[in-house]
Ligand binder design. Structure first.
Ligand code: SAM
Length: 212
């Protein structure tokens, strides 16, 4: 199937979720708050919160990460970006009382931030084949790298879920953690962490740029 049609399906899938559930973890296809927060907790490990920072939430959905960061009492400005306009509208609406939360629908409107995180944006590949999807993910990582100065983090389902006998769905992408660790090491920074120890069928990669 052509990648263009896959992306069309991807968008239709998430538009249906946000229309049905609104600004709720189910609106971005999590089972609930806990599943979402477990992932956020791993992703934000890339941040050094001792000084104020700016952050891009790449594929932000309705901006749940903003609320998660707020609860930590960290000093930050948040730039949520999503390719689905309805997500951006839901994010703006849910955060209209916060000056430090901004939402974007066009990637070209984003300015470089200290950090970037991308939570669960690569999981649904629909009919795309694995190599095709892996290439798309890799190209997206290159763009993400260009959008931050201190580091970025992302997660995805793991191909090791197979070994735990979880049946793998053909419409989901189960990435190879070793491929992506190597890809990040070779292309982005010497300082890369692979987190695959938090009890889920996914992994998180942290790329830190500002360590000598
Ligand atoms: C599973 S939801 C996760 C939302 C949010 N990151 C969270 O964890 O709550 C995936 C979101 O990523 C967005 N997305 C996926 N790929 C994207 C891309 N290349 N650029 C912008 N948004 C993207 C989708 O539109 C969707 O809203």
């Amino acid at each position: 199937m052509k990648l263009e049609s896959v992306l069309k399906r991807y968008k239709a899938y998430f538009i249906e979720k946000i229309e049905k559930y609104g600004a709720d973890p189910k609106g971005v296809d999590y089972n609930g708050c806990e599943a979402q927060e477990i992932r956020f907790e791993q992703l934000v490990k890339v941040i050094n919160p001792s000084a104020a920072f700016s952050i891009i939430d790449y594929g932000c959905g309705y901006g749940a990460l903003f609320d998660f960061l707020q609860k930590k009492n960290w000093q930050f400005t948040y730039h949520g970006f999503d390719m689905i306009e309805k997500m951006v509208i839901a994010g703006k609406d849910a955060h209209k009382d916060f000056d430090s939360a901004r939402f974007f629908h066009a990637e070209s409107d984003l300015e470089v931030a200290d950090y970037l995180v991308a939570g669960s944006i690569f999981n649904n590949k629909f009919e795309a084949d694995n190599v095709e999807w892996q290439n798309l993910v890799s190209a997206t990582l290159q763009r993400m790298n260009n959008l931050c100065s201190k580091g970025f983090a992302f997660n995805m389902l793991t191909k090791y879920s197979d070994e735990d006998r979880m049946s793998q769905r053909p419409d989901l992408f189960y990435g190879d953690p070793l491929f992506f660790f190597d890809f990040c090491k070779r292309n982005f920074s010497r300082n890369v962490a692979l987190l695959h120890d938090y009890g889920q069928y996914d992994f998180t990669i942290l790329v830190r740029k500002n360590i000598v």
